[in-house]
Design a protein around this ligand. Structure first.
Ligand SMILES: Cc1cc2nc3c(=O)[nH]c(=O)nc-3n(C[C@H](O)[C@H](O)[C@H](O)COP(=O)(O)OP(=O)(O)OC[C@H]3O[C@@H](n4cnc5c(N)ncnc54)[C@H](O)[C@@H]3O)c2cc1C
Length: 637
């Protein structure tokens, strides 16, 4: 597998502008002759589809929801970063770049991250022009708040529903193109196979989730903007439908999978309350602007929080990381929460929780000010826990939230399969081993609005495409593979539901490849996952048939893929004998319990190649070099 990053030469701050000039263009009159498939209508996909159609390409856009507007991006709460420096507090493109490289623990490509920081400012202009109702200061300027891993305020927000508002902006742009006939939208269509002809991505096979019809769609280029795979842990903050199927099928057709073990565990989620739960809810990181995190000083202290005096509380993030305090990056804050709970100082049922307390902020700013900033989050918390966070501290605990790993892409967002581009959370590109808060929305929109519109033109202008017949053998083979897989799933006729397998896999992944990983735990998981997969194919029970709406069938297909991906994640975590960002190998830590990287051996992207069914995947490396942010042990103290 060849891993050519295609990072342009020249000074870092000029790479992207020079590259834009150097890339080939498609003449405006010719654009309509090219067709592009966009799988996904979240922030990355909707922005990409709308922008490509605006340029003149013929776009087909797919999503599994009933409307593109329901993509998981809608759940994003806290905000989106941009280096506008409206606060005059020392921000700059370089500082955002620097923070992101450091936050990712030096496992991302410098050139990509610099481009992201440059584009961040355009995104805010684009979204404000669309009418996204960002919060504003009294004087009318857009307001900012702080997020983890930064000492400046650069996060733009719309109360606690930033993702929803940004998605409405992108959705309107998409709808305009649908109305103009430039985008053909396929809701309730799930991509189940990639079509590769002559080594190039030329289409997809979908299942109509209402009628069950299996159809092929062909194009000159394919883009996947299908989101993250953190639901492999079963309990996660993702929407229930989020899955890995699209990228997994692409992996099996030859797309390299980069850093699959790099997952983000978010520190502020509502804790698990029991076996009955099927998902977890995030409490946005923005709450750490005003909320203070603490646990009792004493182990096993079961007093109500209000009865524990100040002197008997441990504001452990403020104590351990005085410079960043409650705004320490997510990986660090998550591990610290686990540590104090493992010491027996956790709160709530099972001792798996820490307090996020707003009493100080309410005393200082007043309840109305807090309500104004976070009202919908407080309401959500109260609805779920039946506790009023204005009077009793919230209880939070880390949970699976984001995947930094994903399909490997070069600087042009193209995977190792020519013609297959990958956008947003589905690729591995910009966050290294740990994503800083408010930077996923930034990356998805940068990819969709500002990167792919240029790079896909270069691909199309540089590669002459033959027309593919609908009955081409590769098309027929991909359709047959989908039909056979569906038949196999329905034919098992066993006893267990897809959910029961998913739940068991999630538990194995959380225990073996969760917040802390070690050799023995990973080897144990690698022993158990294949056995669980085996049982899945022997003992799965699915009601209904293929030619109808069948949510159990949909879920089963996704769980089958998670059962394979989970194994690759553990394998990747086992091979990476270092700790970095969210990947914490317990054997590799500093004396005070921080992640200990091994730059000599692991300063690279690990890229996995599928070697065929029943054969071990092959690990490749893309070396990483750091010229602008010197490699150093991260410190937030
Ligand atoms: C609760 C929560 C809060 C968050 N808050 C923030 C925040 O404040 N700031 C921030 O920067 N980030 C935040 N994030 C992260 C951020 O929301 C996501 O990383 C980002 O929205 C992902 O966007 P995306 O376009 O890549 O994918 P998604 O929004 O997940 O969209 C995926 C799309 O792909 C489609 N799709 C997937 N598979 C298939 C298939 N096989 N066939 C057809 N269609 C398919 C789906 O239908 C959907 O349209 C948050 C995440 C969560 C879970």
């Amino acid at each position: 597998m060849e891993l050519k990053s295609k990072v342009p030469a020249g000074p870092i701050e000029r790479k992207w502008s020079q590259h834009r000039f150097d890339m080939k263009l498609v003449n405006p009159a010719n654009k309509r002759k090219y067709s592009v498939i966009m799988v996904g209508s979240g922030l990355a996909g909707a922005a990409g589809a709308a922008s490509l159609a605006e340029l003149g390409y013929a776009v087909s856009c797919f999503c599994y929801q009933d409307s593109p507007r329901r993509a998981h991006s809608i759940a994003a709460q806290g905000g989106i970063n941009a280096a506008k420096n409206y606060q005059n507090d020392g921000d700059s493109v370089f500082r955002l770049f620097y923070d992101t490289i450091k936050g990712g623990d030096f496992r991302a490509r410098e050139a990509n991250v610099h481009r992201l920081a440059e584009l961040s400012v355009n995104i805010i202009d684009q979204c404000a022009a669309q009418g996204v109702p960002f919060a504003r200061e009294y004087g009318g300027l857009l307001a900012n708040r702080s997020f983890g891993g930064a000492q400046v305020s650069r996060t733009f927000y719309a109360r606690g529903q930033t993702g929803q508002q940004l998605l409405l902006g992108a959705y309107q742009a998409l709808e305009r193109q649908i109305g103009l006939g430039k985008v053909r939208m396929y809701p309730r269509h799930e991509m189940l196979e990639l079509i590769v002809v002559g080594g190039r991505a030329r289409g997809i096979v979908t299942r109509d989730m209402v009628s069950g019809a299996v159809e092929s769609h062909l194009a000159d280029a394919v883009c996947l903007a299908t989101g993250g795979y953190g639901n492999v842990f079963f309990l996660a903050t993702y929407a229930k439908g989020c899955n890995a199927t699209a990228i997994w099928r692409a992996y099996k057709k030859g797309a390299g999978f980069a850093n699959p073990c790099f997952t983000q565990i978010h520190p502020t989620c509502i804790p698990v309350t029991g076996e009955h739960q099927s998902k977890l809810t995030l409490m946005s990181e923005s709450l750490r602007n005003d909320g203070r995190i603490w646990v009792p000083l004493r182990q096993g202290d079961t007093r109500a929080p209000g009865d524990i005096p100040e002197a008997e509380r441990d504001y452990y993030l403020e104590r351990m990381y005085p410079s960043y305090g409650n705004l320490a990056p997510r990986d660090i804050a998550s591990r610290a929460a686990k540590r104090v709970c493992d010491e027996g100082r956790g709160v709530g049922p099972g001792g798996k929780g820490v307090y996020l307390d707003f009493a100080d902020a309410i005393g200082r700013l007043g309840k109305d000010a807090i309500m104004e900033k976070y009202g919908n989050l407080f309401e959500m918390y109260e609805r779920i826990t039946d506790e009023d966070p204005y009077t009793v501290p919230m209880r939070i605990y880390p949970a699976s939230h984001y995947t930094m790993g994903g399909l490997w892409v070069d600087y042009n967002l193209m995977s190792t399969i020519p013609g297959l581009h990958v956008l947003g959370e589905a690729n591995f590109s910009d966050h290294g081993a740990n994503r800083l808060g408010a930077s996923a929305l930034m990356q998805g929109l940068a990819d969709g609005y500002f990167v792919i519109p240029y790079t896909i033109g270069d691909y199309l202008a540089s590669n002459k495409q033959e027309k593919i017949a609908a009955d081409h053998p590769e098309v027929r083979a991909a359709e047959a593979a989908v039909a056979e897989r569906t038949r196999k799933l329905l034919a098992v006729g066993g006893q267990r539901t897809p959910t029961s397998f998913h739940r068991e896999l999630g538990r194995l992944m959380w225990e073996g490849c969760g917040m802390g990983r070690n050799r023995a735990g990973l080897q144990a998981a690698l022993g158990k996952i294949p056995a669980l997969r085996e049982e899945f194919w022997q003992n799965l029970r699915l009601p209904g048939g293929a030619a109808e709406l069948n949510q159990s069938l949909e879920h089963a297909g996704r769980v089958a893929d998670f059962l394979e991906l989970g194994e690759l994640m553990c394998r990747d975590a086992l091979e990476r004998e270092e700790s970095c960002g969210g990947h914490f190998r317990e054997e590799h830590q500093t004396p005070d319990g921080e992640a200990l990287r091994d730059d000599e051996r692991f300063c690279h992207v690990a890229v996995w190649e599928h070697a065929g069914e029943g054969r071990a995947p092959v690990r490749h490396q893309e070396p990483l070099t750091f010229e602008h942010v010197p490699l150093a042990q991260r410190s937030y103290k």
